[in-house]
Ligand binder design. Structure first.
Ligand code: FO1
Length: 312
């Protein structure tokens, strides 16, 4: 079993690559849930759904979230009723949120309903929410604390952020499935998701970091930062919140003590020596930008082969 820690759109691309190169039952994806939100009374888990739709081959190819071919008539009507429409939930996508919300209200856990949804969509990888407890990433813009989706979607991550917190993190614990998966994994991959918004929330849940540290498995990360910025989204800018430069070297420092190897882009080859010597980890330098399906499969194959090399 290979375990991957993953956020939304960017990370789901590599998760799909891993799903394609591995036997289908041997991938478990531990997914960030700190960007979950309530939309018109419904529980939406954007990263879980993005990973699930991507692995089920159902996701919108243009943006990477939502369902291909979905329409937005319900959202239009909600707008006529005066409801906010900035979060673009599609008509078919609504079914997932209705089903999930009902199941949660009837007492099921998020893990159980995720297993049910992904099973019905034919996904053979195991998709695991990082916790069944509620956590919300909040970001400080000026003197206002914004919920994650307010910052990311409504404000299009265009406002300056001075601080962040994962609300609920003190009470949250990793599920038994997450702990067991990390303990049993042959390889642990931290995919190229945003370190501050997607990966650190997972690592901050009680039980996750400890399980990785205790695991005898090699742990490798893929840098989402190429040059001085993220391939997509605000990851580069947010690195200053954890006191790290927006660079592959900054990513290596962020995951210090956890990873044995880091995959960086060719464009950052000049940082390889510094990362290897100062962080004491192995570096694989390759093309990390995934534009096509073939790119995802190639990178995933390289990541797995790199992780299997002895690093300690
Ligand atoms: N991202 C957007 O940029 N705009 C949207 O309107 C939007 C709607 C949406 C609906 C359902 C869903 O599962 C995801 C959605 N996303 C949207 C993506 C998403 O919120 C972010 O990409 C992630 O939360 C960041 O990981």
């Amino acid at each position: 079993m290979i375990a991957a820690l993953c956020g939304g759109v960017g990370g789901a691309k590599l998760a799909l690559g891993l799903y394609r190169v591995l036997p289908p039952d041997s991938l478990a994806v531990v997914v960030n849930t700190a960007d979950d939100l309530e939309f018109c009374g419904l529980h939406v888990s954007p990263d879980l759904d993005t990973v699930m739709y991507t692995l089920a081959d159902l996701s919108r190819p243009d943006v990477g979230w939502g369902l291909e071919g979905d329409t937005f008539r319900a959202l239009e009507l909600l707008g006529r009723y005066g409801a906010p429409t900035w979060f673009g939930v599609g008509d078919a996508d609504l079914a997932t949120h209705v089903f999930r919300t009902n199941a949660l209200r009837s007492g099921q856990t998020l893990s159980a309903v995720t297993r049910c949804l992904s099973g019905h969509l034919g996904v053979r990888a195991t998709i695991l929410p990082m916790t069944d407890d509620p956590i919300v990433t909040r970001l400080l813009a000026g003197n206002e604390w914004l919920d994650f989706q307010e910052y990311f979607v409504h404000r299009r991550h265009q406002v300056a952020i001075d601080a962040y917190r994962y609300e609920g993190i003190e009470q949250a614990v990793a599920t038994e499935e997450v702990r067991q998966t990390l303990a049993d994994a042959e390889i642990i991959v931290i995919v190229n998701s945003n370190p501050v918004l997607s990966v650190l929330p997972i690592l901050s849940v009680e039980g996750v970091r400890e399980a990785i540290e205790r695991s005898p498995a090699p742990c490798v990360a893929v840098s989402p930062i190429v040059g001085t910025d993220a391939v997509n989204g605000p990851a580069g800018d947010l690195m200053r919140l954890v006191g790290r430069p927006a660079s592959a070297t900054g990513v290596a420092g962020t995951y210090r003590g956890l990873i044995h190897g880091l995959v960086i882009d060719h464009q950052d080859a000049s940082q390889q020596e510094e990362i290897e010597s100062s962080e004491g980890i192995a570096v694989l330098c390759t093309d990390t930008i995934m534009r096509t399906a073939a790119d995802k499969v190639r990178l995933a194959g390289e990541v797995v082969a790199f992780a299997r090399k002895p690093h300690r």
